[in-house]
Every structure is written in structure tokens, then in C-alpha cells.
Design a protein around this ligand. Structure first.
Ligand code: NAD
Ligand code: IPM
Ligand code: MN
Length: 359
């Protein structure tokens, strides 16, 4: 019997509620499948932890996470701790230390969800954004100067390396070649205005594309691409973007397929040298935290991505089927999807569907 070890990092705000439901789904599917077991270790690292200890995780936090098969995270960040402190104290070091340089973010309209884009069907809205996850615009390089004077300024440098750019582009072209419906990769750029890093990025898109003669590519400025996500999303298949552009594009992507409550994300270390981390696209949602109404579907979809990455394809698919069943019935939904149910009721109902389908 296979055994997978999972580190649970519920984090802040609604992260705690949605991870609880995701764990319930994982337990249900593993019990029904019978071929694998899951062992969890839960860590309370969060802004609350910061209030007590002055740091987001213990000094050996990353060391403690290193040997897990997967990390399952809710959300990090809450009013009271500056966001750059909380995120650079927990989430971003995990992505970097464990070389999770691929951030997979499907933008897929599930059956039962009505897109806010008129007339769009699940066939029209089915693309995947591959976001570079460890370098780019998110860098520690820069600083504040002349504070308190008229020359007060802040500088933040972007870092684009041959290694970092080539590996994310190769991942995108590989994915398009193996599974793409259109065999076409769209790369987000801004080489008209950003005149060092973005022309560098574009140059590598052309170079890496030559390794894949059966895959075509286009380089589209991020501003236009954002508009095309709304006006003609059906023309995209695999979209590859730098860290910041991918971040923005995937909240937009979430909005066109039903909202942040259902958008999943996987931070992957493709070499499997370190654990990969699964977390919803959304944050800790302080505006609804503590109300018990957060949609757990994004976090539950993440458990499907986790099981897929662990090689448990059947269980991963069963979870997606259960989610789509629940969405199509429209009986038990959270308020963001027009329902009146609680986080817990949605989690329970998805577990019930799983039991019905797998028994
Ligand atoms: P957010 O994603 O937390 O919330 C944006 C909006 O979407 C809010 O109106 C919220 O209520 C709604 N929403 C989000 N998830 C939902 C869900 N599951 N169900 C129903 N509605 C949902 O973004 P924000 O407000 O910009 O950020 C809040 C905090 O979270 C900040 O501290 C931010 O830095 C952090 N954050 C963390 C992560 C992460 O840990 N991965 C991701 C994004 C933001
Ligand atoms: C996300 C989040 C994070 C990011 C923040 C909280 C640092 O927005 O996972 O999309 O920008 O990567
Ligand atoms: Mn984001």
C-alpha cells in the first residue's frame, strides 16, 4: 500500500476553513480507493503565529517541510501584518527553496458554472496558464533610498535568467506538444515598454520554440492579452507568463470561469527533488473570514491536482466528477456562486457525491 505524507498549512483567514474541507475530501477518496493512505502533519504558521513569535514560521520551518510528498496550503496574509512581511516570511520562501518554478493554473469553465462572458461554454473556456514562479518581477533586489527627503525613492529589480526562462518555456512547449489541443503556446510579454527583461524573454520564446517544430507560438503584449482573455478566450490553449503577469492573468482567468472561489493552483517542482505545493489562487479573504461561507471548491480542486501529481489519477478524476456533479445540481453552493450554503455543507456534499460514485 502506498503512503503519502502531506504537510498541512492552513494559514490565515478562510485558508483554515477551505483546507479543512480539502482534507475531508482527501480522506474520503483515500478510504474509498483503498490503494493508498495519507499521513498529515499540520502546522499553524500564519499571521497569528507571527503575532506570538515575531516570525511566520520557525527558523527550521523549511527543513521540516522538505521530506513531505506534498504541501497543502490555504492562504497566507492578514491585516495586522504587512503583506510583504507575511508572504516573504512563508509562502514565497517555500516556492523558492523547493524550486517550485512552475505554477500551473487552469482556467477552465466547469460544467454547471455560468461564465460572466455571454454565451461562453466549457468548450470555449479551457486553457492553462503556466506562471514562472520563483524569479522575474518578484525579487528581493532593490531598496529604499533617501527616505524622509524630497528624493525619497524605491527601486525593485526584476531577475530573468537563462536557466529560469528556458525551463518554464520548455515546460510550456512540452505540455502543448504532449497534451495541447491547439499545439500553440501564447507567451505574455511587454517588450514594447520594458526594454531589458522582456526582449530577453521574447528572444528565448523564439529560441525554445525551435526545439518544438510541431508547436507554434505567439508573443502577445500582456495588456492586449488581458483584453483577449475577455473578448476571445477560446483562442488560447497553453499560456506562459512571467511571475507578475501570470499572477494578474490568473485572477482575471478566475473571474471569467466563475470567480476566485473555484480557481486552483499547483506550485510544481517538476524534478520531484522537493515537495510540490497545492493552494487555491485566492487569498485569505478577510472580508468573509470567520463567516463560514468561503467556497471550498478551489481548495478541493487543488486536492485533485495533488493526487494527479502523486500518480493517483483515478482519485483525482473522481474528485473533479464530484465537484462538477455538485455544481450542476446547484442545490448546495456558497454565496459567491449564488447559493446559501456554508463552506462545510459544500465540503460534505462533495464527499457524499464521492461516496455515491465510488461505492
Ligand atoms: P482574496 O483572494 O483573499 O480576496 C479577493 C476577493 O475574492 C474577496 O472579495 C474575497 O471575499 C473573494 N474570495 C476569495 N476567495 C474566496 C472563496 N474561496 N470563496 C468566496 N469568495 C472568495 O484577495 P485579497 O483580498 O487581495 O487578499 C487578502 C489577503 O490574502 C492579503 O493578505 C493577500 O496578500 C493574501 N493573499 C494570499 C494568497 C496566498 O496565500 N496564496 C493569495 C492571494 C492573496
Ligand atoms: C498568488 C498570490 C501571491 C503571489 C501573493 C500573495 C504573494 O497573489 O499566489 O497568486 O503573487 O504569488
Ligand atoms: Mn495572486
Amino acid at each position: 500500500m502506498k503512503n503519502y505524507s502531506i504537510a498541512l498549512l492552513p494559514g490565515d483567514g478562510i485558508g483554515v476553513d477551505v483546507v479543512r474541507e480539502g482534507k475531508k475530501v482527501l480522506d474520503t477518496v483515500s478510504a474509498l480507493h483503498g490503494g493508498f493512505t495519507l499521513n498529515y502533519e499540520e502546522y499553524d504558521w500564519s499571521c497569528e503565529y507571527y503575532a506570538k513569535h515575531g516570525k511566520m514560521m520557525p527558523d527550521d520551518g523549511l527543513e521540516r517541510l522538505r521530506n513531505f510528498d506534498s504541501i497543502y496550503l490555504g492562504a497566507v496574509g492578514y491585516p495586522g501584518v504587512p503583506d510583504h512581511v507575511s508572504l516573504w516570511g512563508l509562502l514565497l520562501p517555500i516556492r523558492r527553496q523547493f524550486e517550485q518554478y512552475i505554477n500551473l493554473r487552469p482556467v477552465k469553465l466547469l460544467k454547471g458554472i455560468q461564465s460572466p462572458l455571454a454565451g461562453k461554454t466549457p468548450e470555449d473556456l479551457d486553457l492553462i496558464v503556466i506562471r514562472e514562479n520563483v524569479e522575474g518581477e518578484y525579487s528581493n533586489i532593490g531598496g529604499r533610498m533617501y527616505e524622509g527627503t524630497d528624493m525619497d525613492m524605491a527601486i525593485q529589480n526584476s531577475v530573468f535568467t537563462k536557466k529560469g526562462v528556458e525551463r518554464v518555456l520548455r515546460y510550456a512547449f512540452d505540455l502543448s506538444q504532449a497534451k495541447g489541443k491547439k499545439k500553440h503556446v501564447t507567451a505574455a510579454t511587454k517588450s514594447n515598454g520594458i526594454n531589458h527583461t522582456m526582449p530577453f524573454w521574447d528572444e528565448y520564446v523564439h529560441k525554445i520554440n525551435k526545439e518544438y517544430p510541431d508547436v507554434t507560438s505567439s508573443i502577445v503584449h500582456i495588456d492586449a492579452l488581458a483584453a483577449f482573455f475577455v473578448s476571445k478566450p477560446e483562442t488560447f490553449d497553453v499560456v506562459v507568463a512571467s511571475n507578475l503577469f501570470g499572477d494578474i492573468l490568473t485572477d482575471l482567468g478566475a473571474a471569467i470561469v466563475g470567480g476566485l472561489g473555484i480557481a486552483p493552483s499547483a506550485n510544481i517542482n517538476p524534478e520531484k527533488r522537493y515537495p510540490s505545493m497545492f493552494e487555491p489562487v485566492h487569498g485569505s479573504a478577510p472580508d468573509i473570514a470567520g463567516k463560514g461561507i468561503a467556497n471550498p471548491i478551489a481548495a478541493i480542486w487543488c486536492t485533485s491536482m495533488m493526487l494527479e501529481q502523486l500518480g493517483e489519477q483515478d482519485s483525482a478524476e473522481a474528485i473533479m466528477t464530484a465537484i462538477e456533479d455538485v455544481l450542476q445540481e446547484k442545490e448546495i453552493l456558497t454565496p459567491d456562486l449564488g447559493g446559501k450554503s456554508t463552506t462545510e455543507e459544500v465540503g460534505d456534499y462533495i464527499c457524499k457525491k464521492l461516496k455515491n460514485s465510488l461505492n
